[in-house]
Design a protein around this ligand. Structure first.
Ligand code: ADP
Ligand code: ASP
Ligand code: MG
Length: 445
């Protein structure tokens, strides 16, 4: 059986990290397909190579000489080559990249070179074959990831390549131009490689010992999650728990391949295992807490709106026509509020048009847009069978004098979403964490 191992940017930030990665791969002969990110930050205020490449692209657009704009990127790779004593040279690749820039290559092409060059180095260092992702990962003509074509092409390549490095983050359009996934997309590449290879496990190596109950930048030393289901993880990553790209579970989920999140800097730690289903008798009632800022609520009041035929349909039609995707829609007898990403409301002009249209179509008694909302998701597969989770969330918030602006419980009873003012975001996560993790004795099995 084969395992696919994906290493994030910080795991491959410099020569020393390359050494740790090689040691991990060599420790298990089943780790045969490797998906690298571009070199990430070596220290707190460092710049990721992907960001250097976006900067380089912008500079060249404004007329800067390519060699000068590309110098910081080149320096990062050449340092790794030198410190590892590699024989391989990237000089010809740098020339090709310069030519492509001059020929008008797109921004995605520029960004993708981070993973591409890192893949060449890692393949050389490990003695594995290098498989350019543009040869096996495809988008359709509309720019959507083409799962069927990718799975077939990549599967065929891997079948005849027993050990390979496949760079993360990008693939090719039908005409051969390069397209990237959204930021953090190497996680998605790892997942689709695992599916194409029919792997037994997808190991995602990063700089934390797995998924933590809350963002370690908000909660000091949060507890780790040993086992999490795909559905729980999806809720948490969608709500901003940045460890794994929000789409990364889809390819492996359809093939029933578990994901293990592991720490490159502490490889013996068990990390987090992500599985299709798991026992609901969890250690803590809550599996994870995550959240995001920058939401707005469109709040509409009208007497008996819930019995007005077609009210919701008309409202949603207006939103759809304005390109707005409702995130949550808690309703009452006379009220509905639609929570949306603030940026989807556009500038003042767009907002005014939307408001006028909604007022025309719905004739509300009261209408308001509330900005500056943050959403927090409290997620746990164990919540369904235990009473009082919501009560405890609200008790924690009310004790901390945090005003709850919105509540929504997913129909799967897997999560509770609450909307609060952005200024209370960090505090709210901390008090919910304290309520469920610090003050909770682990549930006895
Ligand atoms: P990589 O470069 O390996 O892909 P990322 O930076 O994308 O790594 O993801 C790992 C980071 O995610 C951690 O360093 C941590 O700061 C952040 N993070 C946010 N929420 C969580 C969480 N709930 N558990 C663990 N890490 C989290
Ligand atoms: N290097 C890309 C980014 O910084 C992709 C990734 O790391 O997953 O977003
Ligand atoms: Mg990442």
């Amino acid at each position: 059986m084969s395992k696919v191992v994906k290493f994030g940017g910080s795991s491959l930030a410099d020569a020393n990290q390359f050494k740790k990665v090689a040691e991990i791969i060599r420790a298990d002969p089943e780790r045969v397909y490797v998906v690298p990110s571009a070199p990430g930050k070596r220290f707190k205020d460092d710049t990721k190579v992907t960001d250097l490449l976006y900067q380089c692209y912008e500079l060249v657009l404004t007329g800067e000489d390519f060699a000068k704009a590309f110098a910081p990127v080149r320096e990062r790779y050449n340092e790794i080559i030198k410190e590892l004593g590699l024989k391989v040279s990237l000089e010809e690749e740098y020339v090709k990249i310069g030519q492509s820039f001059r020929a008008g290559a797109n921004r995605d092409y520029a960004a993708s070179r981070g993973e591409y060059l890192n893949g060449i180095l890692l393949a050389d260092y490990l003695g594995f074959a290098f498989v350019d992702a543009a040869k096996g990962i495809f988008f359709d003509s509309k720019g959507n990831f083409d799962a069927a074509v990718t799975n077939a092409c990549l599967g065929a390549i891997l079948e005849k390549t027993p050990k390979a490095v496949i760079p993360g983050f990008y693939g090719a359009m039908p005409d051969g131009t390069i397209k990237t996934f959204s930021r953090g997309g190497s996680d998605f590449t790892g997942s689709l490689v695992a599916k194409a290879a029919g792997a037994s496990l997808y190991e995602n190596w990063t700089d934390v010992s797995g998924f933590l109950v809350a963002d370690p930048r908000i909660v000091d030393k949060p507890a780790g999650i040993e086992v999490i289901t795909y559905s729980e993880l999806r809720e948490l990553s969608y709500m901003g728990a940045g460890v794994l790209h929000e789409d990364a579970i889809f390819p492996v989920r359809s093939a029933n391949i578990p994901i293990n999140i592991k720490n490159t800097n502490a490889p013996d730690d068990a990390g987090t295992l992500i599985v299709p289903t798991a026992d609901s008798n969890t250690k803590f009632l809550v599996t994870g807490i995550a959240g995001k800022k920058d939401f707005s609520a469109i709040s509409i009041e009208k007497d008996r709106l819930n019995s007005e035929n077609g009210f919701m349909r008309r409202m949603l039609q207006v939103l759809e026509n304005h390109g707005i995707f409702p995130e949550h829609m808690p309703t009452g007898i006379d009220t509905v509020s639609v929570v949306v990403n603030s940026h989807e409301l556009g500038d003042a002009d767009n907002r005014a048009k939307l408001v006028n249209r909604l007022k025309d179509v719905l004739r509300p008694d009261h209408f308001e847009i509330i900005d500056g909302l943050a959403l927090i998701a409290v997620v746990g597969r164990g919540m369904k069978s235990k009473k009082g989770t919501a009560t405890r969330v609200f008790a924690a918030l009310s004790h901390a004098e945090i005003n709850v602006r919105m509540i929504d419980q997913g129909s799967s009873e897997l999560n509770i979403i609450i909307g609060i003012d952005e200024k209370d975001f960090e505090k709210a996560i901390k008090v919910i964490y304290d309520m469920f993790i610090l003050s909770e004795q682990p549930e006895t099995k």
